[in-house]
Design a protein around this ligand. Structure first.
Ligand SMILES: [Zn+2]
Length: 313
């Protein structure tokens, strides 16, 4: 098992409109997850893991890499000090458009509009959704979320804006943004962490033209490199499930010289899989890490076992 790598991924730590939870449970849960990792895992940086795999060197037993997507501000304010307590390095996949504040996170904007909705109903793709109860609002929200994921980035942004207007949301209270800025990204690096690309605008690459994908992949890297003064050669696919990227995407990623791309498809990564489609287990801070991880290792072992016995047979 020393050539298998478990890549873990988180988004926010504290609750957000898009990922609601009772206040406080996220940070407690994340602290517990880190204590679990300290007990059972050997946490290494993504750079270190990729270097060892490329050189054909073994990984330590129970090797784990920690990653965060999107650049939520609480990653910096809560996550970084908690990681420091354990001496764990992490990689943060950032979106230059979010860092500059020029692009909104569509899922958070949509969730926030639903949270504040005053309209009694909403029409989506010719179907009228009732919004009078929390359950019916959640059903309508789910329908919109699923529908916009099938659009390209421009269409998704336009539809989220249309729906948000139709929802007639109560004014939002002014507060700090959910995402870190360029100064925050520099603080991640100063704390010893790594930064990778998560595209310029969080476009779901598989819905974009080849030219659009190329822009998202190359410009994000260029903007992060010039804004932060580092070299960027790792990537996380936005959304990251099968179909959220394509063979065109993985070819472009390779041609552009990225060392790897991580997905959100669960399982173990390792030298035998494509570096441009690395498996990764996505967690929320309230997940029971030990059972999720045990299941992942067990499943990998049984797949390896089946392969071995079919070779024997
Ligand atoms: Zn993301």
């Amino acid at each position: 098992m020393s050539n298998r790598l478990l890549v873990l991924g988180w988004h926010n730590i504290d609750p957000t409109p898009g990922f609601p939870d009772p206040p406080g449970v996220g940070r407690l849960g994340f602290a517990k997850q880190l204590r679990t990792l300290r007990r059972f895992a050997n946490v290494l940086s993504l750079d270190d893991a990729l270097g060892r795999m490329a050189a054909g060197e073994p990984l330590p037993p129970r090797a784990v890499v920690l990653t965060f997507d999107d650049g939520y501000r609480d990653n910096l304010e809560l996550g970084v000090p908690m990681l420091a307590e354990h001496g764990f390095p992490a990689t943060f996949f950032l979106v230059p458009g979010f860092l500059s504040g020029t692009v909104g996170a569509w899922w958070e904007d949509l969730s926030s509009a639903f949270e504040r909705a005053r309209a009694p109903r909403l029409v989506v793709a010719g179907i009228t959704h009732d919004l009078s109860t929390p359950a019916s609002r959640e059903a309508a929200h789910g329908a919109v979320r699923a529908a916009v994921k099938s659009l390209d980035h421009a269409g998704r942004v336009a539809e989220v804006a249309r729906v948000s207007e139709e929802l007639n949301p109560a004014p939002a209270s002014a507060g700090e943004g959910l995402f870190m800025d360029w100064g925050g990204a520099k603080s991640l690096l100063a704390a010893g962490h790594e930064v990778g690309s998560h595209t310029v605008s969080h476009a779901i690459l598989g819905r974009e033209t080849e030219a659009g994908q190329l822009t998202e992949l190359s410009d994000s890297r260029r903007e992060l490199e010039s804004g932060l003064g580092i070299s960027v050669d790792t990537l996380a696919f936005p959304n990251g499930a099968a179909g959220d990227y394509s063979a065109v995407t993985t070819r472009l990623v390779s041609e552009l010289g990225y060392r790897c791309a991580v997905t959100t498809q669960p399982g173990l990564a390792g030298p035998s899989g494509s570096p441009y489609e690395m498996r990764r287990v996505i967690l929320t801070p309230t997940d029971d890490l030990s059972s999720v991880v045990a299941k992942t290792w067990r499943k990998a072992r049984s797949v390896v076992g089946r392969r071995v016995s079919s070779l024997r047979g």
